[in-house]
Design a protein around this ligand. Structure first.
Ligand code: ACO
Length: 326
């Protein structure tokens, strides 16, 4: 059977670190509050002149180097992002041009923080359709430019970064075993950015009202997120005839350590098998999972045949999972 296997990973975070102590000087908050409520200690923030595609480009080049492929070998570049360079063209096209992937079809996926899993699911389908396809999937975000730095309830949570993986078709047991995707658009008001789109086109008024920043109902979103992560993980295990004991590592979307712990408890999944790096990067939206995957791969924490469960939730509301035999 042909499966889509991840043959390489890459990631990039900007060098500038913003700690909780730095935030104490910007808004009425404390390191103690942020750490105990979210698990975040610091996050990376880009300089003014950096765009999302710049982060994606660095992650893409690192993945290509690991794969020992040239940019022209890629057939598709699918980029998950909620903070694109521009409304159009898509961020994937900027990445394509910057790395010189002249043969690739590039497009973006927008499904909140779950975008990387949506993109992975599409890559799997392209490869099943034609096993010779080589597909790059990215999650790339500059959340710091859509964050209201005067809103303490949100500005402490997010960070910037990008991750990339390259998939090829391969005969055998290794690769993507399943993906499951969900959404409930009736819950859109839990997390959104009202300004700049067709509903509220940019104007002096939208800027004055700070509509170009994230609006979030943190507490209700927390509850939805716990349920979504637990449900989608259970669904993935059941679909593959697995139990949590069979899984070697879970990489959840890194939005809040307490959300992950609560979801793991519901499905009886031991936290020792959950990979966390939220402490260092905060919530980089669709980039959290590929950054974590790359850290694990380069840190020698993954071995061939490991069973991996990815699960995520995000604005929309969306949620999804993937089970991968590494
Ligand atoms: N510092 C200090 N106090 C704060 C801060 C802060 N940074 N932010 C809020 N508070 C205050 C609130 O004003 C509130 O005060 P009050 O009781 O006087 O009104 C109090 O702390 C408690 O606020 P809650 O919102 O109830 O705190 P909660 O325990 O729910 O934690 C948090 C807040 C961390 C935001 C949590 O709700 C959460 O993580 N929600 C999910 C957020 C999320 O995952 N978003 C992204 C998902 S999708 C994506 O990844 C793009």
């Amino acid at each position: 059977m042909i499966r889509s296997r991840i043959i390489a990973t890459g990631s990039y975070v900007p060098p500038k670190v913003l700690t909780n102590f730095d935030l104490e000087k910007m808004v009425d908050t404390s390191d103690e509050w942020i750490t105990s409520r979210s698990g975040i200690r610091e996050r990376r923030i880009v300089e003014k002149d950096v765009a999302t595609s710049d982060l994606g480009t660095q992650a893409a080049l690192r993945a290509l180097e690991m794969a020992e492929l040239s940019p022209e070998d890629l057939d598709f570049i699918i980029t998950g992002t909620n903070s694109p360079d521009m409304f159009f063209p898509c961020t994937g096209c900027f990445i394509q041009a910057k790395i010189g992937a002249t043969k690739a079809a590039a497009f973006d996926v927008s499904a909140g923080c779950t975008s990387f899993i949506h993109a992975l699911s599409l890559a799997d389908k392209f490869i099943k359709e034609n096993p010779s396809h080589k597909v790059m999937v990215l999650g790339a975000e500059i959340m710091s430019k859509v964050t209201d730095w005067a809103d303490r309830a949100t500005c402490v949570l997010f960070g910037d970064g990008a991750g990339a993986v390259i998939l090829v078709g391969e005969e055998g047991e290794r690769g993507i075993l399943s993906t499951h995707l969900h959404s409930d658009g009736s819950l859109w008001e839990l997390l959104y950015m009202p300004g700049g789109g067709s509903a509220n086109p940019s104007s002096r008024e939208t800027v004055d009202k700070r509509l170009h920043y994230i609006k979030m109902a943190g507490n209700p979103l927390f509850k939805v997120a716990v349920r979504a992560l637990a449900d989608v993980s259970q669904e993935a295990l059941k679909y593959n005839g697995l139990t949590s004991e069979d899984i070697d590592v879970m990489i959840p979307h890194q939005a809040n350590t307490r959300i992950i712990e609560a979801a793991a408890k519901i499905i009886n999944f031991p936290m020792e098998k959950v990979y966390l790096n939220i402490e260092k990067y905060g919530n980089t939206s669709s980039a959290t999972i590929p950054i974590a995957m790359d850290e694990m791969q380069r840190g020698g924490k993954l071995k061939a045949g490991d069973l991996m469960l990815l699960c995520s939730f995000g604005t929309g509301v969306t949620w999804g999972s993937a089970v991968i035999r590494w």
